[in-house]
Design a binder for this molecule. Structure first.
Ligand code: NAD
Length: 250
């Protein structure tokens, strides 16, 4: 289905991005991985997926520009890299605000602005953002993350309109809680911010949001991304697809 297509998936050494990379590679795309991690583990992923790797730190626009230059034209761009920090607004470290805005929002601006000319030249492109249920709704203690994800939804709608006549679609996928390191790592700070035990955070904060009472699986998010890359999705652009166990239906 994606033979001959080149796909860059940011933040694909772990979690959702890795699942998306696996799905795109499985459909025949040539995949470029990006993200942090141990060299040996990344080499093993490249081997598994027949992928290449660029380790740019996406908080740094100069490194993003160098990555896009090194990678060359891509047909599919998945803006997925992201991080979280949980703290009350009065204690929220300004450097965490800056880091979250840089990685979860500005990085996508830079990769997209540099990928679009190549897509326009081919008259075909797919731009997908891993946004979040937090692109549509808020939770306390996540001011930077919610601000960045709401902004990603607006950014995606804007570029969808700009690129609509060029065969290029731009869409958000908005998962609820997916069991990945990003979720696991926020449990201690959430325990501190809310004065809760680990079990209370799991059941009364995380799964409490999802009527299904189940975490979303990374592979299910990847299947939706793969669909959006296909020809049947050529008319879907500027959309924001929830995959959140019913969270945002409430
Ligand atoms: P994860 O921590 O498993 O993966 C994050 C990826 O980003 C990793 O590959 C990591 O190496 C990479 N990364 C981190 N800092 C980076 C940097 N400075 N430069 C380059 N890469 C960097 O997390 P995940 O849950 O798979 O999150 C992926 C995306 O999905 C994020 O945008 C996140 O906000 C979003 N999301 C996650 C959930 C969830 O519940 N897990 C829900 C909704 C949205």
């Amino acid at each position: 289905m994606l033979k001959g297509k080149r796909a860059l998936v940011t933040g694909s050494t772990s979690g959702i991005g890795l699942a998306v990379a696996r799905a795109l590679a499985g459909a025949g795309a040539e995949v470029i991985l990006n993200g942090l991690g141990e060299a040996d583990a990344i080499a093993a992923l490249c081997e598994e997926l027949g992928a290449s790797y660029n380790g740019a730190n996406l908080m740094n626009p100069a490194e993003i520009a160098a990555m896009m230059e090194a990678v060359g034209p891509v047909d599919i761009l998945v803006n997925n890299a992201g991080m979280q920090h949980v703290a009350p607004i009065e204690d929220f470290p300004p450097e965490k605000w800056d880091a979250i805005l840089a990685l979860n929002l500005s990085a996508a601006f830079h990769t997209t602005r540099l990928a679009v000319p190549g897509m326009k030249a081919k008259g075909w492109g797919r731009i997908i953002a891993t946004a979040s249920a937090h692109s549509l709704t808020a939770s306390p203690f996540k001011s930077a993350y919610v601000a960045a994800k709401h902004a990603m939804a607006g950014f995606t709608k804007t570029i969808a309109l700009e690129l609509a006549t060029h065969g290029i679609t731009a869409n958000c996928i908005s998962p609820g809680y997916v069991w990945t390191p990003l979720v696991e790592n926020q449990i201690p700070d959430t325990m501190a911010a809310r004065g809760m035990t680990r079990d209370e955070v799991m059941n009364d904060v995380l799964l409490a949001k999802q009527p299904t009472k189940q975490f979303i699986q990374p592979e299910d998010v990847a299947a939706l991304a793969l669909f959006l890359c296909g020809d049947a999705a050529r008319g879907i652009t500027g959309a924001n697809y929830s995959i959140d166990g019913g969270w945002t239906a409430e």
